[in-house]
Design a protein around this ligand. Structure first.
Ligand SMILES: Nc1ncnc2c1ncn2[C@@H]1O[C@H](COP(=O)(O)OP(=O)(O)O)[C@@H](O)[C@H]1O
Ligand SMILES: CCCC(=O)OP(=O)(O)O
Length: 361
């Protein structure tokens, strides 16, 4: 009986779960308010805080680490790689710590998983990290040869959600054509064609619609002028794009539940932003419908904000002429992580190695 501990550090929370042979025994979400995290200069400095939270939770669940068969971590913003389950190795840890693909909270997933696994003498894995790269050749091109588009998105949840949607449609993921919209702290919108995410906005480095804590795509000329205005450092500009951009920059919060509360109380600024976000999400879905040449089986909406029926209605009204809309509020990341690792432990799938051969140039 394989017991798998799943660790999923997000921008504002650490989600934990324990699975035995695919059955979820425990699940808990530890929230980290912005004030608690803002005292750390970098994401990696949050490691002891989040690791202690994991150890305390195992104590609360009364699960000794020697009962575990493996630890699964969500992570991280590594170098671009193919989809799959990867064993956490030293190179991966170093890339997470250095933040080669950005300093996202998911980098802590691989690091904490490996520290706990090392203590128990068991392996640690990551599954479909946010740098899964299946972009088509055309999707990589920008108008400047020095800049190539990147694939950084909610790969784990997007794929699990697309599989669930395909299943409902009576198709396999490998034969389905689906647009997945992940509505979280970051918003990613991906075109899934026959099991490959051939185009998606790089939601980490602020490509896409306005997001709860990221700016999304900006007019490039004005952005360049702002960078050279002398008013901001590189770090300040980066924070403006990712972390303190989007809804946070306007309203001082990235919590869409509280934004919705303001909208309901008649706050005009909150309403404008809320409507603009729905408008822009719809626009990106429309753009991806052309990538699928109009042949779209369904549009699947997921993530925390997919729990807001009014928001979903606003987007659906604009996009349901493209294909039927299916809604999967929250995330399926915990079960996807456990499933990916169980397949490896049972010998059904071989774990991939993070190395030069698996990294996509
Ligand atoms: N039921 C809900 N209704 C509206 N917004 C929600 C709901 N649940 C979560 N959110 C919002 O979704 C965002 C977080 O997305 P989520 O996918 O839960 O986490 P993260 O991307 O941080 O891992 C926050 O802005 C949160 O306020
Ligand atoms: C790095 C891409 C994945 C992402 O943005 O996740 P969150 O929305 O959880 O921050």
């Amino acid at each position: 009986m394989y017991k798998i501990l799943v660790i999923n550090p997000g921008s504002t929370s650490t989600r934990l779960a324990l699975y035995e042979e695919g059955i979820e025994l425990f699940r808990e979400k530890i929230n980290h308010p912005k004030e608690e995290l803002n005292v750390y200069k970098s994401v990696m400095e949050q490691c002891p805080l989040r690791k202690d939270a994991v150890i305390n939770m195992l104590d609360k669940w009364k699960v000794p680490i020697n009962e575990l068969a493996a630890v699964a971590g969500r992570g991280g913003t590594l170098r671009p790689i193919k989809s799959g389950t990867y064993i956490v190795n030293q190179r991966m840890i170093e890339d997470c710590i250095r933040g080669v693909g950005g300093h996202h909270a998911s980098n802590l997933g691989a690091v904490i998983a490996s520290e706990i696994a090392a203590k128990a003498g068991i392996p640690a894995f990551v599954v479909d990290p946010p740098v899964v790269d299946e972009l088509g050749e055309l999707a990589r091109i920008t108008g400047l040869p020095e800049i190539k588009r990147k694939s950084r998105f909610h790969a784990l949840n997007q794929k699990e959600c697309a599989k669930a949607a395909a299943n409902e449609l009576g198709k396999s993921y490998q034969e389905a054509r689906i647009i997945v919209v992940h509505l979280g702290s970051g918003i990613s919108i991906g075109a899934h064609i026959c099991g490959q995410v051939v185009d998606v906005n790089d939601c980490y480095d602020s490509e896409g619609p306005i997001m709860p804590e990221r700016a999304g795509t900006l007019p490039a000329g004005d952005l360049v002028k702002m960078c050279y205005s002398g008013k901001f450092t590189l770090e300040e500009m980066q924070k403006k794009l990712t972390g303190k951009g989007g809804v946070y920059a306007y309203l001082g919060t990235s919590d869409m539940i509280s934004v919705k509360g303001k909208v309901n109380l008649g706050d005009k600024a909150a309403k404008l932003l809320y409507d603009a976000m729905a408008y822009q999400v719809s626009k990106f879905v429309g753009a991806l419908s052309t990538v699928l040449e109009g042949n779209v089986d369904c549009i699947a909406m997921t993530g925390g904000l997919a729990g807001d029926d009014d928001f979903i209605k606003m987007v659906s009204c604009r996009v349901d002429w493209i294909a039927p809309v299916k809604v999967y509020p929250g995330e399926m990341e915990m079960e996807a992580l456990a499933k990916g690792v169980l397949e490896v432990l049972q010998g059904a799938v071989e774990a991939k190695i993070y190395c030069d051969d698996s990294i996509i140039d």
